[in-house]
Design a protein around this ligand. Structure first.
Ligand SMILES: NC(=O)c1ccc[n+]([C@@H]2O[C@H](COP(=O)([O-])OP(=O)(O)OC[C@H]3O[C@@H](n4cnc5c(N)ncnc54)[C@H](OP(=O)(O)O)[C@@H]3O)[C@@H](O)[C@H]2O)c1
Length: 210
């Protein structure tokens, strides 16, 4: 499957490596795809302009700063994104480290702004290294999905499986409004990382014993 990843940062690069390893066709979309420094940093990962990356890709990944995502997606265009699955990993932070989306989440804002695109929020509750190496922590972690479209969530679950996430590690929270919880968890994520002195951890939801 062709996957277009918007954003050439550490998350975009990690996910590109993970899905290339799994045999997918991946292209990273950049605002400045010809920049020599970027090309050197990407070390051969395929990069293209935003419009060209998205063309013919049924799945688009938003790996851009959450404060800039909607504007960037506008520059790609609602028509170009129509009908596609948009896997949204982004979280918006202000300069003082607060969340930019305190009421409506970024995932909801994207879904409301691009109603013909099927948004699925996931992966934003873990560090980029764990995204593509779920077995790198001691024991299984839980990964969450939020979105309105069941088929889009199945597509995303399959792509997460290709990164090594087993079906029983995925927890479907429901509609896109549940992205609020995923995004707000980022604050606790940072607190846990500071307490542990490491980003290399997952969390697991455990149920009441029978
Ligand atoms: N770092 C993590 O482990 C982690 C974990 C979970 C979630 N997240 C979320 O995932 C998203 C990506 O994280 P990241 O650490 O890869 O971010 P990053 O290093 O800041 O990279 C984001 C990329 O987005 C592109 N971009 C588009 N519009 C932009 C703008 N106005 N200003 C700056 N960059 C812009 C840039 O690529 P071009 O210049 O090539 O266009 C940039 O390299 C963020 O929303 C973050 O909160 C990160």
């Amino acid at each position: 499957m062709k996957i277009a990843i918007l954003g050439t940062g550490v998350v975009g690069r990690a996910l590109a490596q993970g899905w290339l390893r799994a045999g997918h066709e991946v292209v990273i979309g950049s605002r400045q795809p010809e920049e020599a420094r970027l090309r050197a940093e990407l070390k051969g990962l395929p990069v293209a302009g935003l419009a060209s990356a998205v063309a013919d890709a049924p799945v688009v990944v938003n790996a851009t700063p959450g404060t800039a995502s909607v504007e960037l997606l506008h520059s790609v265009g609602a028509d170009a994104l129509a009908g596609k699955v948009l896997l949204d990993v982004a979280v918006g932070f202000t300069e003082d480290g607060s969340l930019s989306h305190l009421g409506e989440s970024l995932g909801e804002e994207i879904q409301r702004t691009f109603p013909r695109t099927r948004v699925v929020k996931t992966l934003c509750t873990i560090d980029r290294k764990l995204m593509i190496a779920p077995d790198s922590v001691q024991g299984p972690s839980t990964l969450f999905l939020s979105g309105e479209d069941a088929e889009a969530k199945r597509t995303v679950a399959g792509l997460l499986g290709d990164l090594g996430w087993s079906d029983d590690s995925l927890l479907d929270l429901g509609g896109i409004a549940t992205a609020r919880g995923q995004e707000h968890y980022s604050l606790l994520f940072i607190g846990i990382a500071q307490a542990l002195g490491s980003y290399g951890f997952g969390i697991r939801v455990v149920e009441e014993a029978a």
